[in-house]
Ligand binder design. Structure first.
Ligand SMILES: NC(=O)c1ccc[n+]([C@@H]2O[C@H](COP(=O)([O-])OP(=O)(O)OC[C@H]3O[C@@H](n4cnc5c(N)ncnc54)[C@H](OP(=O)(O)O)[C@@H]3O)[C@@H](O)[C@H]2O)c1
Length: 327
């Protein structure tokens, strides 16, 4: 079968190519899936460049979220049937004609949800939902700020905030050329991360922001703390630059600001509390099926085109969510 293989760590796409590899078989507790679409994520780029903890081994087949049809059910699996239309969180291996997933992280997808959209549910949409609900516990009418908001997770958060009853959505982007796209993705206010950022956020939310979702390591934490309302929840969930993040702020800034600081990793949650991830996945699929949630998807036609998309994400040139068609 065809699969996208990263042969060794690299800062560029020079070590990523489409190859023929053996079709994987499901082990105990697993299923294999004929992949229809696979979601493309910044996390693939972190694996590609060799950030610790992202690629399980080399050569590595990336891809953490897929949609498709269950091909084979492994020993001990109940509740998932061959032939079922599903979305699944995978442990890598998603950019392939056949992928294997833990049965606990596979959910059914109704015919009304296109597979191109369903492929964005396990990682992108489930992350956005868990960030807003489980971690930040967004309340009706609350103001949500997201840093680096123009990518896949950003577009999902922008769409989910009103579904959850949240209020004003403020998103930040790296340069002025991205403001219009961020507004189209749903951000009520889109601000460039320049020297005027804090003033811009304060002008949009004079009482401060209640929830901050920040995937930029600790580089923007000063800004987050400056604009946080009393009782705010700040969630850190990324490290796009790689390397060792700066230390967290002095305790006094958290205590004095009456602010809660949290971390989030959906990959770790799939290992430590899979039911929370599958619960979120079921909920976003339901929201898509009920047409209460919609997300714009850019579909990439072939596996061979994925390395260029990875490079686009690595250089902050992406916009919204990309998925690749496998069938
Ligand atoms: N912890 C978790 O469970 C979890 C789950 C999913 C994603 N994430 C993280 O959430 C972030 C968004 O993921 P995604 O898949 O939606 O990514 P994406 O589509 O590539 O969007 C990432 C955004 O981050 C910004 N960015 C800031 N610094 C960057 C850098 N050094 N390199 C590249 N982009 C940079 C870019 O835009 P501007 O700079 O122009 O704003 C870009 O739009 C990533 O950092 C990812 O690792 C974490």
């Amino acid at each position: 079968m065809r699969a996208l293989v990263m042969s060794e760590p690299s800062a560029g796409s020079d070590r990523t190519a489409v190859r023929d590899i053996d079709v994987p078989r499901p082990g105990p507790g697993e299923v294999s899936i004929d992949v229809a679409h696979a979601g493309i994520n910044f996390i693939d780029v972190m694996a590609r460049r060799g950030d610790p903890g992202y690629a399980s081994s080399w050569p590595y087949v990336p891809g953490l979220e897929v949609s498709g049809t269950v091909r084979e059910v492994g020993p001990g699996v109940s509740g998932v049937l061959a032939g079922e239309r599903v979305a699944a969180f995978t442990r890598g291996g998603g950019f392939a004609e056949v992928a294997v997933a833990d049965a606990a992280l596979v959910v059914p997808v109704p015919e009304t949800v296109p597979t191109a959209v369903a492929a964005a549910a396990p990682l992108m949409l489930a992350t956005a939902l868990l960030l807003l609900t489980d971690v930040a516990r967004v309340q009706p009418g609350e103001t949500v700020l997201m840093q680096a908001a123009g990518g896949g997770v950003g577009s999902a958060v922008a769409q989910l905030v009103p579904v959850l009853g949240g209020g004003l959505r403020i998103g930040t982007v790296g340069r002025a050329a991205k403001v219009a796209a961020a507004r189209e993705q749903g951000w009520d206010v889109a601000l460039v991360r320049d020297a005027d950022l804090v003033a811009g956020i304060r002008s949009a939310a004079p009482a401060g922001v209640d929830v901050v979702l920040d995937p930029a390591g600790t580089t923007l934490l000063d800004v987050d703390l400056d604009v946080a309302a009393p009782g705010a929840r700040i969630v850190l969930f990324g490290n796009p630059g790689g390397g060792t993040p700066d230390p967290l702020p002095p305790l006094g800034r958290l205590i004095g600001g009456n602010v809660a600081l949290a971390g989030f990793s959906i990959s770790r949650l799939t290992a430590t509390a899979p039911a929370r991830v599958s619960g979120a996945l079921r909920r976003v699929v339901e929201l898509l099926a009920d047409k209460r949630l919609d997300v714009a998807i850019t579909e990439v036609a072939t596996l061979a085109a994925v390395p260029e998309v990875h490079q686009r994400l690595a250089e902050s040139r992406g916009s919204g969510k990309y998925v690749v068609a496998l069938q």
